[in-house]
Design a protein around this ligand. Structure first.
Ligand code: PSU
Ligand code: MN
Length: 305
């Protein structure tokens, strides 16, 4: 599966290599959420827990990252723990993944970066928290995540809780539609908003069973339609923060980002950590719960595939 030219740069963790060779289900996990999305030690606990959830569902987890220039498909417990503690790591998307490999650097892979690596390794399903998308005010800043383009070109099913609610969800849905990315909500008629189960926007497509999501992806590939797809899985009701409660915190964080002139790759990590402060940690608890929920569904889809 992995192209010959890529092999010298990639380390596939033994359990992942074995699963891929024997056709067992594998779920990829990103690492920007570890390096830039959550503070230590919650990031480390979350990353270990999510791997366990995938194993308990009968699939093999593959956390993806670049460590000292090696593109890692699956990490050992020690590597994952060390990454969670490392500060000053890069945030790696399509533009800079190969830079980190060429320069021997260490970094967390974003949704886009993780999709590229998962596809190189032959992994078709990937669980995350929320994808990047069109930022509020994008008409001025042009800040649109590379995650959207990646979904359009790389054949991986990405299981998320929607687009992070710090984004303009309506514009994000528009861009996904333009780029031909199916957005399938799991068990809901409306698009979720990351920390909240609902947003004001209707679900473009809805499926309630992992088997049906897998069948949709298979059919797409059979028809020769390239690219990935986005599954939007609402956070469990017990863990959600109502959309009205979040709105005020998101606006406040947004204003702080503007006042401090935060731009480019720093925007998403800044907003997430500011919202964590403003909600006294409640947003982090919800973030962890939704990633775990997504891991469970992703494992079921991987098994069905
Ligand atoms: N989801 C989370 N926390 C995160 C991210 C997603 O719950 O930190 C990361 C993902 O790696 C996503 C990235 O790809 O944020 C988007 O960054 P940007 O908006 O700069 O493309
Ligand atoms: Mn951006």
């Amino acid at each position: 599966m992995t192209p010959e030219t890529a092999r010298p740069f990639i380390d596939i963790h033994a359990p992942v290599a074995e699963a891929l060779a024997s056709g067992k289900p594998v779920v990829a996990l990103e690492s920007t959420i570890i390096t830039h999305g959550m503070p230590y030690p919650q990031n480390s606990e979350m990353a270990a827990n999510v791997e366990k959830i995938i194993r308990d569902e009968g699939a093999v987890p593959a956390t993806i990252a670049v460590i000292d220039g090696r593109l890692k498909i699956g990490l050992s417990d020690a590597e994952r723990e060390a990454l969670a503690k490392t500060t000053g790591t890069m945030k790696l998307s399509r533009a800079d993944l190969a830079f980190a490999v060429a320069q021997g650097r260490t970094g967390g892979t974003t949704v886009a970066g993780t999709m590229i690596a998962a596809h190189l390794a032959g992994i078709r399903v990937f669980a995350t928290g929320g994808i990047g998308g069109v930022h509020k005010g994008a008409e001025k800043s042009f800040d649109i995540s590379a995650d959207l383009d990646e979904l359009a070109r790389t054949p991986v099913v990405v299981v998320s809780a929607g687009a992070k609610a710090i984004l303009d969800i309506e514009k994000t849905l528009e861009v996904l539609e333009t780029r031909g990315v199916p957005v399938v909500t799991h068990g809901s008629d409306v698009m979720p908003a990351f920390w909240s189960r609902i947003s004001p926007y209707a679900a473009p497509l809805r499926l309630d069973a992992a088997d049906d999501i897998a069948a949709f992806f298979r059919t797409r590939q059979a028809l020769g339609i390239e690219g990935g797809m986005l599954v939007a899985n609402p956070v469990p009701a017990a863990d959600e923060i109502p959309v009205e409660t979040m709105a005020g915190y998101i606006d406040a964080a947004q204003r702080d980002a503007e006042a401090q002139g935060v731009s480019g790759k720093a925007v998403t990590p800044f907003l997430l950590s500011r919202i964590l402060e403003l909600t006294n940690g409640a947003s982090l608890k919800t973030n962890i719960a939704l990633v775990e929920n997504n891991a469970r569904l992703a494992a079921k889809i991987a098994k069905a595939l």
